[in-house]
Design a protein around this ligand. Structure first.
Ligand code: NAP
Length: 313
């Protein structure tokens, strides 16, 4: 098969497009013929070697966790028909989405409706699951909560604004000045430009602060959390892990989340999209062999929403 891979850590130039061995599904896995994938910051953070001590080896490595395409076979016991249009949040720690074929557990796969294009579907799994799990599972979002989303113009933050609104929250979005119209269009009730105001110095108090950008911390944010407020960050750190432990039983809680691949969550994201409560923002669609350019743009924060890679089909 054709795909994008790297054989050592480095800049976007280490990504190569060429022939690779087609992955064989292990027992209990399914194989997907990939039509579209998308870029997430974890793809280039792994390529840079950020996780080299946690995930040694694994070369040649195919980046990417998001796929949309056709299910080959093996999903019948889970109600997934051969040839079905599906999307998946790949559950291998190494990824494997930037290629013509990908394998994963059937629990990572959800059928997609005909109304959803492969390109839009590929933009949803990892970032959408992160937003949903952060607010609902880690943040214990409740109807009527006042929620602040830091990084509201990004892929995760943009989904989070819309999910929080769909679940009945009052939402403050934080992003750069130029993103205000976009964040309000997604449904934010209030907007803070992080270059003008540090939200942790605001007079306001929030029930839930979701730091989708990973730029803040529980300790910075706690002053503006309500007495039973929750802080959730997407950025793993030792300090964040210690905070999670230290606040297990306190009234204000700080959590670091790691997104999990769950079919039911993909189903919930599709449901929200189908009832017009979750808009998918695709910044650009590039052919797969332009993955190095896609990584450059994502690393330079030149993307609003998602960069999709067109693979085949
Ligand atoms: N833990 C997990 O499982 C998990 C899962 C998914 C993502 N992540 C992490 O979550 C982060 C966001 O991912 P993404 O896909 O949403 O990336 P993205 O689309 O590139 O969005 C990044 C966002 O950060 C905002 N931002 C930059 N500097 C900021 C600052 N100082 N204060 C507030 N916001 C700031 C940007 O706003 P402007 O463009 O307006 O400047 C943009 O909205 C990445 O670090 C990623 O690695 C973690």
């Amino acid at each position: 098969m054709q795909g994008v891979f790297y054989e050592d850590y480095g800049g976007p130039e280490v990504l190569r497009y060429g022939s690779l061995r087609t992955p064989e599904p292990h027992s209990g896995q399914v194989r997907i013929q990939v039509v579209a994938s998308s870029v997430n910051p974890i793809d280039w953070r792994m390529r840079q070697g950020e996780m080299r001590y946690l995930l040694p080896g694994g070369f040649p490595r195919i980046p990417g966790f998001d796929v949309a395409g056709y299910l080959e076979e093996g999903g019948e016991p889970w109600g997934l028909a051969r040839g079905a249009r599906v999307m998946a949040f790949l559950d291998s720690v190494y990824g494997g989405a930037y290629a013509e074929w990908a394998v994963c557990s059937p629990h990572a796969v959800s059928p997609i409706p005909d109304s959803l294009s492969f390109e839009d579907a590929a933009a949803l799994p990892l970032a959408g699951s992160t937003a949903l799990q952060s607010l609902r599972d880690h943040g214990k979002l409740c109807l009527g909560d006042r929620v602040l989303i830091n990084g509201a113009s990004g892929a995760v933050g943009g989904y989070a604004v819309q999910i929080a609104k769909a679940y009945g929250a009052h939402v403050t979005g934080v992003a750069s000045e130029g993103a205000e119209a976009h964040v309000r269009m997604l449904g934010a009730d209030e907007f803070i430009d992080y270059e003008r105001q540090n939200f942790s110095e605001a007079d306001e108090r929030w029930d839930l602060i979701f730091d989708a950008a990973g730029k803040s911390s529980f300790h910075e944010a706690r002053r503006v959390l309500r007495p039973r407020g929750r802080f959730v960050s997407t950025e793993p750190s030792l300090r964040g892990a210690l905070t999670s432990l230290a606040t297990l039983t306190t009234s204000q809680r700080g959590r670091i989340m790691v997104a999990r691949s769950r079919r039911e969550d993909l189903g919930e994201l599709i449901r929200l999209h189908t009832v017009d409560q979750l808009r998918i923002t695709v910044d650009a669609i590039l052919p797969l062999h332009e993955a190095p350019e896609a990584h450059r743009r994502s690393e330079k924060h030149q993307v609003r929403g998602k960069l999709v890679l067109r693979v085949g089909g």
